[in-house]
Ligand binder design. Structure first.
Ligand code: KG4
Length: 330
């Protein structure tokens, strides 16, 4: 079969990224232009500023991605932007750019769900990985257990009822003075600490999650005892949220009988979470983790998901729009 070259485009939040991906699994280039330094001073992403910076970056990032892949526009087979979920103004930059390229080259346009992209990051890291599997999707905006029945047949089995896990990391980090984005900073500091504090966890009968109680307990404790050891606080927080993830994924394994677990999303870069999930292998469960550089937002994962959508016949028309609250399976 002829090689299929996909141009992946990602602009859902504060990373402008363009990638060239071959046959859904091989990354020829993956250029990521992050705005972290710009938003750091505000303690979080400012949507309007994010959109403006995407506009400024998109053509330059795309040009670099093509150069690094030694590919010309004419060599592309499919144009695949993420069109949701995310910040509407930010998404619109990638979607509009993709529509323009697709129209000018007369090449198919394939809109990709950003969350499906996170899952597809694993197809790049693990060449042997095939559905069916259960995905523990943990990112800044989402926390879900997804049953991946096939490449383009996904069902959400459980999700957070309040904060996403990454949001809880970022909020507690800001309050204890670690800055933005909090996740990587909590991760680093926790490695020097011990889980000395037991935080309350919320359990549900189904596979849903709640993280706001743990986050609030951490913040309240820090307010009451400002001198508390921050490394211990971070480790105790990580232990509590990880136990919630593990408990629910074990329930999902029991319910579905599927013993292959895939981690995805920005928070799957977390050292403690990765280590604790790896321990499940002692129970005969196969655990796949994405390469660290593919955990957070990037266009290679969008290109990989775009490949599978294209071969499944999920083409978009040239009026594709951004869908800020797009759900998995829509
Ligand atoms: O997946 P992502 O890049 O963006 C969304 O699609 O939401 O995830 C970003 C989130 C942020 O909340 C960030 O703090 C968190 O991932 N994160 C981490 C780590 N690296 C990134 N959280 C915990 N430990 C990390 N090492």
């Amino acid at each position: 079969m002829k090689d299929l070259i996909v141009l992946g485009i990602e602009s859902s939040c504060d990373e402008t990224s363009v990638a060239v991906v071959k046959n859904g699994r091989e990354v020829l280039s993956n250029v990521i232009d992050t705005q972290i330094k710009i938003h750091e001073q505000y303690g979080g992403v400012v949507p309007e500023i994010a959109s403006r910076n995407h506009i400024e970056a998109i053509s330059r990032v795309a040009k670099k991605a093509l150069e690094e892949a030694n590919t010309k526009f004419e060599d592309l087979d499919v144009i695949a932007p993420s069109y949701g979920p995310g910040l509407v103004g930010a998404l619109l930059v990638g979607v509009s750019y993709a529509r323009g390229v697709s129209f000018a080259l007369n090449k198919p346009l394939v809109g990709v769900n950003h969350l499906e992209g996170h899952i597809a990051a694993n197809y790049i890291t693990h060449k042997d990985l095939k559905p069916p599997f259960l995905c523990m999707l943990t990112s800044g905006g989402n926390t879900q257990i997804v049953l991946v029945k096939d490449y383009c047949d996904l069902e959400v089995l459980g999700k957070t009822r309040d904060d996403a896990i990454g949001e809880a990391f970022d909020k507690m980090a800001r309050v204890v003075g670690l800055g933005y984005p909090g996740g990587p900073k909590v991760d680093k500091l926790a490695q020097e600490g011990k889980a000395t504090i037991n935080f309350p966890k919320t359990h549900f009968d189904n596979l849903d999650f709640s993280f706001s109680g743990i986050k609030t307990a951490v913040i309240n404790l820090h307010h009451k005892q400002p001198d508390i050891n921050k490394a211990d606080l971070c480790m105790s927080f990580e232990k509590a949220v990880t136990e919630v993830l593990i408990e629910n994924i074990q329930k999902a394994i029991e319910q579905t009988g599927i013993k292959t677990i895939v981690l995805a999303g920005g928070v799957s870069a977390n050292t403690h979470i990765r280590n604790e999930f790896t321990k499940l292998e002692e129970k005969g469960i196969k655990v796949y983790k994405p390469d660290l550089k593919l955990c957070t937002d990037n266009a290679a994962m969008i290109g990989a998901a775009g490949y599978y959508r294209y071969i499944n016949g999920n083409l978009s028309d040239n009026v594709l729009n951004a869908v800020p609250n797009l759900k998995i399976g829509e």
